[in-house]
Design a protein around this ligand. Structure first.
Ligand code: SF4
Length: 332
């Protein structure tokens, strides 16, 4: 962490309060994806290729790279006969087909909750719907989902874009990226309902439990915080949403990869710091922020847990090391 000794609280020995949002940090899908790469390295040996970042976190990627994982952007960078892991964000059918045609040893790290959205996209498109996907252009998860039925899907990011949609198809359904802001997405869905009165509503939310819990946990501490620190990487959608949520509520917020990124000026006059981590941020990095802050002045640490997460996803049989079960899936 940067030197914070010029901070008035440090100089005066005033105790700062750290409010830890709970749940925070790793979700079940991220833990599963990381474990898949670790087990592949153990069972196949290095190198194990990973298409795209396994999860959107610099520290996780650097750690796995140091142990023999090789991160590539596209399959053409993977040598014939190699093992390749697909990231937690999922891939389009075109990528799966390419891997199959090349005979690569594929291990699928796609989060089961992303795979569920893919299945819905296929189902809705097959029955003739125009499927509106609410999400961020260019995000890997969005590219994978759109790839399921490109000719039947339309991507929108805002309510404004919904109002600009020109299609007249009465049979419209919608899906969302799993890591969106809950409140902003509700606005886009309202615009869809207005624009398409016969809109088919999916039976369950696509924004995942981990995204929703982390946003609700942060909302519970924002009113007491002078500053919010979110541990996460800049390309982590759900981490960025946490920063936006806090700023929208009027509390300054900063996204940090590690404690090293904290700038002393952020802390000036700050008595209570709200602290959380995005779903791809290792818990140890959040602990590192607590240690860094406490090393530079007295702090108290309080945890506010609004929900207990018990979700666990089975590993794919390719790395499980035991007899394959009938179906990989969700346990809780
Ligand atoms: Fe899965 Fe949600 Fe975690 Fe993404 S954030 S990996 S969808 S559990």
């Amino acid at each position: 962490m940067a030197d914070v000794s010029s901070d008035e609280y440090v100089q005066n020995g005033v105790t700062r309060r750290i409010l830890l949002a709970g749940p925070r940090s790793f979700c079940a899908g991220v833990e599963r994806a990381i474990e898949i790469v670790e087990r592949a390295l153990e069972s196949r040996g290095a190198p194990v290729y990973v298409r795209k970042q396994i999860v959107h976190n610099v520290s996780v990627v650097d750690d796995l790279a140091g142990r023999g994982a090789v991160f590539v952007e596209e399959l053409e960078e993977v040598p014939d006969g190699s093992t390749v892991v697909f990231s937690a964000h999922g891939v389009s059918p075109a990528v799966r087909e390419e891997a199959e045609e090349r005979g690569l040893d594929v291990i699928d790290g796609t989060c089961p909750l992303v795979a569920k959205v893919h299945a819905k996209a296929r189902r809705y498109a097959a029955r003739g719907d125009t499927v509106v996907l609410i999400g961020h252009a260019g995000h890997e998860e969005v590219e994978g989902t759109l790839g399921e039925a490109p000719e039947s899907m339309v991507l929108v990011q805002t309510a404004e874009e919904v109002r600009e949609l020109s299609m007249a198809d009465p049979q419209v359904s919608y899906l969302t990226q799993t890591t969106l802001g809950v409140d902003e997405t509700a606005e886009v869905v309202d615009a869809l309902r207005e624009r398409f009165p016969l809109l088919y509503e999916p039976p369950s939310e696509d924004i995942c439990y981990a995204t929703t819990n982390r946003q609700n946990a942060l909302k519970a501490i924002i009113p007491e915080a002078d500053l919010v620190l979110v541990v996460g990487s800049a390309n982590s959608s759900n981490s960025v949403r946490l920063v936006e949520l806090s700023r929208y509520a009027g509390t300054p917020a900063e996204l940090i990869d590690t404690a090293e990124d904290i700038r002393p000026e952020w802390l000036e006059g700050v008595r209570t710091i709200g602290l959380t981590g995005g779903a791809s941020a290792p818990p140890a990095l959040v602990e590192g922020v607590v240690s860094a802050l406490s090393a530079h002045g007295p702090v108290t640490v309080e945890e506010r847990e609004i929900a207990r997460e018990t979700v666990y996803f089975d590993l794919p049989s390719a790395v499980r090391g035991d007899a394959p079960r009938p179906a990989d899936g969700l346990s809780s």
